[in-house]
Design a binder for this molecule. Structure first.
Ligand SMILES: Nc1ncnc2c1ncn2[C@@H]1O[C@H](COP(=O)(O)OP(=O)(O)OP(=O)(O)O)[C@@H](O)[C@H]1O
Length: 296
């Protein structure tokens, strides 16, 4: 299946700083892809490039088979909710819906009205007078009702309360199941991503550190616990991502496609949060083995 988003050697530079570099990835259609990384890693930059709000400095990016932002047909395929969930402060909620209907050919008015009603947003209230979370909900409603092929969401749930967050993620999953929507969603809330994402991109310091299907990534990573041991003695096909040691015991997170044959290790599965943290904690230029860390 043709990817909904494809980048090759994509880079973005501000003055002398590369804030995204060598980014090569495919995002599959019809799935929810989580985009994670520390502050300043380049997540918003990647999403803005995909939305056509920024132009690349190097490399290529293709979204829904076209160049981002290249014309009305392309714009209608992509929905984007930027990090600050922009709305028009002087327009009412109802006016936003009318604007959405005018500007978008595939506008789903029933969905928009139903959502606004369910959220209890007053149609006559100006967006500038909504709370941060309510404004985010309005922006997300506009993006969903546009019925794009690809929805790009930059930390969409950050301002929502826990119940609203759960309901929004549910709405998102329904749109994926019913309309084949593709979503790329950046978030620092790994628990949320765990519930909705089946693909993952980890960006660290302007580079893609890890990308793939969540289940495959999880099954290639393991937690090893056993008698204290220097991790540099592990087989070459076991990449050590993190290591901690007490006087007697070592705990490692490793990546390997091969079976782990050493009987000294107790092998455990890791969850998405531990997987992501292992990559975030490890500098991109760390050698195959991180420095020995002693925990007492
Ligand atoms: N207009 C700009 N001019 C110069 N540097 C910029 C500009 N916009 C972003 N940057 C820099 O680009 C880098 C990546 O920023 P970006 O917003 O993409 O990170 P992020 O991963 O989305 O971070 P966060 O999790 O904090 O939202 C940062 O170092 C930031 O300072």
């Amino acid at each position: 299946m043709t990817p909904v988003l494809r980048t090759q050697g994509l880079g973005k530079k501000y003055k002398r700083d590369w804030v995204l570099t060598g980014c090569t990835l495919d995002v599959p259609a019809g799935h929810v892809t989580g985009l994670v990384g520390p502050n300043g890693a380049g997540k918003s930059t990647l999403l803005n490039l995909a939305a056509g709000m920024l132009a690349p400095t190097s490399g290529t990016i293709e979204v829904c088979g076209g160049v981002p932002g290249s014309g009305p047909a392309q714009l209608s395929k992509v929905g984007f909710v930027a990090q600050d969930t922009p709305t028009y402060a002087g327009l009412t909620v109802a006016e936003h819906l009318r604007l959405g209907a005018r500007l978008n050919q595939r506008w789903d008015d029933a969905l928009a009205r139903h959502r606004i009603e369910r959220l209890g947003l007053d149609p006559d209230r100006r967006a500038g007078k909504l709370s941060g979370g309510q404004r985010a909900q309005l922006a997300l409603t506009l993006a969903l009702a546009k019925r794009p092929e690809l929805l790009l969401l930059d930390e969409p749930v950050a301002a929502l309360d826990p119940l609203a967050r759960r309901e929004f993620l549910q709405d998102l999953m329904e749109a994926v199941a019913e309309h084949g929507l593709s979503v790329v969603l950046s978030s620092h809330l790994i628990g949320d991503l765990e519930r909705v994402c089946d693909h993952l991109i980890v960006l660290v310091a302007a580079r893609v550190r890890l990308t793939g299907e969540v289940d495959e990534l999880l099954s290639a990573h393991h937690r090893l616990t056993g008698p204290r041991r220097d991790e540099t003695t592990l087989p070459a096909d076991q990449e050590v991502l993190s290591a901690s040691h007490t006087d007697r015991q070592s705990t490692l997170v490793i990546r390997t496609e091969a079976p782990i044959l050493d009987p000294a290790w107790t092998v455990g599965a890791i969850g998405l949060e531990d997987l992501v943290l292992a990559y975030l904690a490890r500098p991109a230029d760390a050698g195959r083995h991180p420095a020995l860390e002693l925990l007492r």
